[in-house]
Design a binder for this molecule. Sequence first.
Ligand code: S3P
Length: 433
Amino acid sequence: MSTAAHDRLIRPARNIIGSLRLPGDKSISHRYAMLGGFAEGTSRFTNFSTGADCASTLACMAELGARVSRTGPDSVEITGVAGRVTPPAHLLDCGNSGSTMRMISGLLAPQSGRFTLIGDASLSRRPMDRIRKPLEAMGARLTLTDGHAPLTIDGGPLRAIDYATPVPSAQVKSSILFAALQTAGPTSILEEVRTRDHSELALRAFGARLSRKGPSISISGPQSLHAIDAAVPGDLSSAAFFLSAAALFPGSSLVLDSMGLNPTRAALLDVLTTLGARINVLNLEEKHSELAGVVQITAPPEGLGAIEVSGALAAQLIDELPVLAAIAPFTGGGIRIRGARELRVKESDRIALVARNLRAMGAEVTEFDDGLDVPGGQSLHGAVIDSGGDHRIAMAFSVAALRASGDTLIHGADSAAISFPEFFDLLDQVAEH
Ligand code: S3P
């Protein structure tokens, strides 16, 4: 098979062995960039995400008046606008990043001026009504194009609200929190399913006060933020590809240093343990209330078992589901995923693409509106994979390809750079052929 510039050939591997330090968490980097860009003073971040998505956030914050400088390949210094953004001279380009568009909208809705946010073809298909509704309930004016970007915000003072999020979404929760921070009075957000809490922890790190009681978060504005220095822990959603790969090879041994272990993000470790992988977590430490530590994994000699992922667990594992589905044929009892309809409105329709690519590799799979059933005990052959330009699909099938017979060609493999530009180089370091 010949490979074009955007493609990548993956050869079957014999084992996964090594020790890696992964780039900084994408979710935390977005929030630190937004809040650092909004705060008073100069924040310094190390191990900042190297992904293109977080570069989109930094570029937007610079366009809004923050002074952003890259002080190293993964270190960033940001002098914030002290609570008042500059009306941008250009459209705010969020690239491929839903997090950027949804969360910055909350930051901008209470600011005076007109802001237009755009994104690439994939982002322009993704639902934005979910932020329009709460922000309009606060009195903001948002204009969408058929429920999607381009999105124009005519900002101005807002009023506090009580809001129950209809879909579990940390992005929507964060958007409301960032608007409420600047709005007089108490706002409360009720989330039935607990989503990642990086915004709550980051707001506190930057000096804001907010409280959580059961499923409800309350914040009273207006409050100001103050710069911080922070080291971003490694991205567990990026680690998911390596942990899943290591889980496939009896005799594997992988050590991941300084990994983010925030409990609202760590469900994958439980799932891999349930499947039979042996996982150790060492040297736990806390940085600005974010947990980090060393993760060691080795695969069970008897092979992986089975699991069903649904309900709250599906929401918490949403970014890791593609790779779990991609390794499911190599488990003993299969993996069944339900209650994950949100996968259809990510960077691609991840349910459809996972099913199509598993079938291309010779697997049997049942597709549901809200999930997939992938029986275990299957052998896959190498195939041509269509990543659909979706980073997590490209990386998930690179992992499945390690256990297939014959080579696999990943089309659109360059999309890995959205979250994890180093992915293929690091895979080369730990995959033994
Ligand atoms: C993210 C939240 C999730 C996740 C995305 C990052 C975040 O999206 O899929 O990759 O950083 O808050 P939703 O909030 O839409 O569930």
